[in-house]
Design a protein around this ligand. Structure first.
Ligand SMILES: Nc1ncnc2c1ncn2[C@@H]1O[C@H](COP(=O)(O)OP(=O)(O)OP(=O)(O)O)[C@@H](O)[C@H]1O
Length: 208
């Protein structure tokens, strides 16, 4: 599902970040772990095709991302990759369910209200479907962002620091949720985190 070789990224004026070579097999669950500022979010954004790799090879679902023009990359991401960002970035003017249906639309899928309700139900938040984003709690918003990432059944699910601000009980719940959602659709799950509580949950670990 993922192969990284000789990958480097540099932001203007900063020293380059050198990534170790890494493979993640289809359907596997893996973790990118390292201290704050070591380049985890950057790597997740590279894998998610949010920016092009400057050096090295990055193959996702059989596609070399460096060879894809931006327009094709956006479509590829919409169809294959679900991303749970550090902050939920939900559209405030829309309801919870409408946020999910927007994701279907952007992913070139048929908007399907029933599917949106089913996903919300599987995450235990069916009752929030018609609420506006300002009417839900932060923890609930995090679940909604998981729902939004899985609604199009992506082959690859990326989560950036999903447990950072959670107590132990909710940390475990979120990891279990991510794993079960990935398992339901056979998706490959990659979590980037500095949270050592979740390290033992993943066999495939990339330490930066
Ligand atoms: N847009 C940017 N422009 C310039 N430098 C950046 C930019 N984004 C990140 N950096 C720098 O690149 C390095 C890696 O950042 P990145 O966000 O990938 O780290 P991280 O491991 O995810 O950190 P954290 O755990 O704190 O979220 C840091 O030194 C950061 O300051």
């Amino acid at each position: 599902m993922l192969q990284i070789k000789g990958l480097k990224h540099s932001y203007d004026g900063n020293p380059p970040i050198d990534y170790p070579d890494w493979d993640v097999k289809k359907g596997n669950h893996a973790i990118i772990i390292g201290n704050s500022g070591c380049g985890k979010t950057t790597l997740l954004h590279l894998i998610g095709g949010l920016m092009p790799p400057k050096e090295g090879t990055l193959v996702v679902a059989g596609e070399n991302l460096a060879e894809k023009p931006k327009s094709k990359l956006d479509r590829f991401r919409g169809e294959n990759i679900g991303i749970i960002f550090q902050k939920p970035h939900l559209v405030k003017a829309l309801s919870v369910k409408e946020n999910l249906m927007l994701s279907q639309y952007l992913g070139q899928k048929k908007t399907d209200s029933k599917r949106a309700e089913e996903v919300l139900d599987s995450l235990g938040i069916a009752d929030l479907a018609s609420r506006k984003i300002h009417q839900i709690s932060q923890g609930q918003a995090q679940r909604v962002s998981i729902a939004r990432a899985v609604i199009n059944s992506p082959a690859l699910l990326l989560a950036d620091e999903p447990t950072a601000s959670l107590d132990d009980e909710n940390c475990q719940k979120v990891i279990d949720l991510l794993k079960s959602q990935a398992e339901e659709t056979g998706a490959t799950l990659i979590v980037a985190t500095h949270d050592h509580r979740v390290k033992s949950e993943f066999k495939n670990q990339l330490t930066l």
